[in-house]
Design a protein around this ligand. Structure first.
Ligand code: GDP
Length: 353
């Protein structure tokens, strides 16, 4: 098999994020990590170098896992073919755009998800809530980056107020104000990761993701990225999501150009993100309360932010619709689970009164 030389000094799998979880699943062949995906194939980093691969026939035909950026895979010994995708520790998913009722894994095996928002016209708490649901469903730890802090004043925003309003919706997720332009807060991003850990970065176009990536890579951009001087396959087509090895020894998956963020099977993520509302809803007097002015409605009386409540309901409707269409069995289970938790919370609530 022809391996391109990677310009990483002393490359080993641990440097790319390999650990005992993946080692325990290793089978015959060569282990590697998917560094980018394009229409025709996959760039995979192995200990011996970088190789451009295709997926095996078995992967194409079966309901097996399809490789996504960040995945650990086993390659055939004798050719650039991915035979198997190892079980993921985490996965960031969305519903495929348009009418397609299928899951799309945007990134696999990430420890931290940086959700980037610009403190300009982009700032939108409802969109942040949606990203937080996605992140919590993924299993990765969300961290919100409020970029373009240098513009806040000009935009008529009080930075402290925006930061505390964002913290109020972020729950346990960290909120880091920063400015890639004036290089403020870059250290705080780096402090979130240990060597060998993987982060991904998501946010609307124009929020500053590439600028942040360049700041993080600093002057090492040339040295940390692979040099492909062989056949150059894979470089002609634009790769959408790409893994980078950072100077601090951690890895970052850049995800530019994600326009639609429709949820995929994110009932747990939604529950985790809106625990306050869910618990209030459970203590309502009526099972089918629409929380719209019914007498004694716990949600209405709690003085919640109406837009936040609306956003919760909207995502709940979206998930219910998706599950009805895509997976009726799962839809039934989710409804049963929601009903059961609401019932038990209601019981506890009565006991505590
Ligand atoms: P991306 O689409 O998310 O990758 O965004 P880019 O990195 O391409 O940035 C979009 C625009 O925002 C560019 O003109 C950047 O120079 C600008 N930009 C990025 N970060 C900052 C920042 O911290 N402050 C200001 N004022 N502009 C920024």
């Amino acid at each position: 098999m022809h391996l391109e030389k990677i310009n990483f000094p002393n490359a080993n799998l641990e440097k790319f994020g390999w650990n005992s979880f993946f080692a325990s699943q290793q089978t015959a062949g060569i282990a590697g990590r998917v560094a980018s995906v394009d229409r025709e194939g996959f760039v995979v980093w192995t200990e011996a170098g970088e190789v451009y691969c295709e997926a095996s026939g078995a992967l194409r035909n079966a309901a097996a896992l399809w490789p996504a950026v960040g995945d650990w895979v086993m390659l055939r010994e004798d050719g650039p073919v991915i035979e198997k995708v190892l079980e993921r520790s985490t996965k960031l998913s969305r519903k495929r755009p348009e009418r397609d009722m299928r899951e799309q894994v945007l990134a696999a095996n990430i420890d931290v998800l940086f959700i980037v928002s610009g403190l300009d016209r982009d700032y939108n708490p409802r969109r942040l809530e949606r990203y937080l649901v996605m992140a919590r469903e993924s299993g990765a730890r969300p961290v919100i980056l409020l970029n373009k802090a240098d513009l806040a004043e000009e935009m008529g925003l009080n930075l402290d107020e925006v930061v505390s309003a964002t913290r109020a919706i972020a729950g346990e997720a960290k909120v880091l104000p920063m400015s890639a332009r004036i290089e403020q807060g870059i250290d705080a991003i780096e402090a979130e990761l240990k060597p060998g850990e993987t982060a991904a970065m998501i946010g609307s176009s124009g929020v500053g993701k590439s600028t942040i990536l360049n700041r993080l890579l600093g002057s090492e951009r040339q040295q940390t990225q692979s040099v492909r001087d062989g056949d150059n396959r894979g470089r002609h087509t634009t790769t959408t999501r790409e893994l980078f090895l950072m100077p601090g020894g951690w890895l970052l998956i850049d995800m530019p150009g994600i326009r639609e963020i429709q949820l995929w099977a994110a009932a747990d993520g939604l529950d985790d993100s809106f625990e306050d509302i869910r618990e209030l809803a459970a203590s309502c007097r009526f099972r089918d309360c629409s929380h719209k002015g019914e007498p004694g409605c716990a949600v209405e009386n709690a003085g919640l932010d109406e837009a936040r409540l609306e956003n919760y309901k909207k995502m709940q409707r979206e998930l219910a619709h998706l599950e009805r269409k895509a997976n009726p069995v799962l839809a039934k289970e989710t409804r049963a689970k929601w009903n059961a938790t609401e019932k038990s919370v209601r019981k506890n609530d009565k006991r505590n009164r």
